[in-house]
Write a protein that binds this ligand. Structure first.
Ligand SMILES: C[S@@+](CC[C@H](N)C(=O)[O-])C[C@H]1O[C@@H](n2cnc3c(N)ncnc32)[C@H](O)[C@@H]1O
Length: 202
């Protein structure tokens, strides 16, 4: 069983309050517009959907991609409860993300924004996945990232890595700055260990 299938029942309980403010700030920073198409990478239980739907409105289109059936099942419940009819969930390994994957599911493979919350510190092959996500952006499309960065090799790092099946020593912002235009870290949280940043495809 995948780690996130196992922890899905407790995920929201232990994470939603911790990241609520940063998540809201990230979506505000992205300045999403009504009717935009948004890819939510490694969407998990869909904690970001609310803020995104509020911005893109009923004409917007949101695709949530994740490979954990249990996390997606909670995302589906959230969608049903809120009666959002413009969100599609796609169960897939992010490493297979490319135009063909989306076309195969009758989803147009281009987006106005990609939202990646706590994704790149977890995803295997994260640099290739980030590049693949950028490739799916329309020209001028935006990427918004919320993630950890803690290079110290200490107990906190080991605990977070173990709990989240993550590698929070990855310099996600540093890499994003090499493949996105004007990538900026806007704000830090949790003692400076968690950050939000945005950039654009040239
Ligand atoms: C820390 S959770 C973040 C969930 C969500 N983005 C949030 O904001 O709470 C990491 C997510 O990455 C997903 N994930 C891990 N590896 C993946 C992969 N190779 N392809 C797709 N999703 C993956 C997990 O299933 C999990 O839902």
């Amino acid at each position: 069983m995948k780690w996130y299938d196992a922890i899905a029942p407790f995920y929201d309980l232990f994470t939603s309050a911790i990241y609520r403010r940063a998540r809201a700030h990230l979506v505000t920073r992205l300045n999403l517009q009504g009717g935009e198409r948004i890819l939510v990478l490694a969407c998990g239980t869909g904690q970001s959907f609310d803020a995104i739907v509020n911005r893109t409105g009923p004409q917007g289109k949101i695709i949530g991609l994740d490979y954990s059936a249990a996390m997606l099942s909670r995302a589906r419940k959230r969608i049903e409860k809120n009666q959002w009819n413009n969100i599609t969930l796609l169960q897939a390994d992010a490493r297979n993300m490319g135009p063909d994957l989306f076309l195969h599911h009758n989803i147009a493979p281009h987006f106005d924004a990609v939202v990646a919350v706590l994704a790149f510190s977890v995803l295997p092959g994260w640099k290739q996945v980030m590049q693949a996500a950028v490739n799916l952006l329309n020209p001028g499309g935006k990427m918004g990232i919320l993630d950890w960065y803690r290079p110290e090799n200490d107990l906190v790092t080991h605990t977070v890595n173990a709990l989240a099946n993550a590698e929070i020593g990855r310099d996600v912002a540093g890499y994003a700055a090499t493949i996105l235009n004007d990538f900026k870290v806007h704000k830090r949280y949790l003692g400076g260990n968690v950050w939000i940043g945005t950039g654009r495809k040239t």
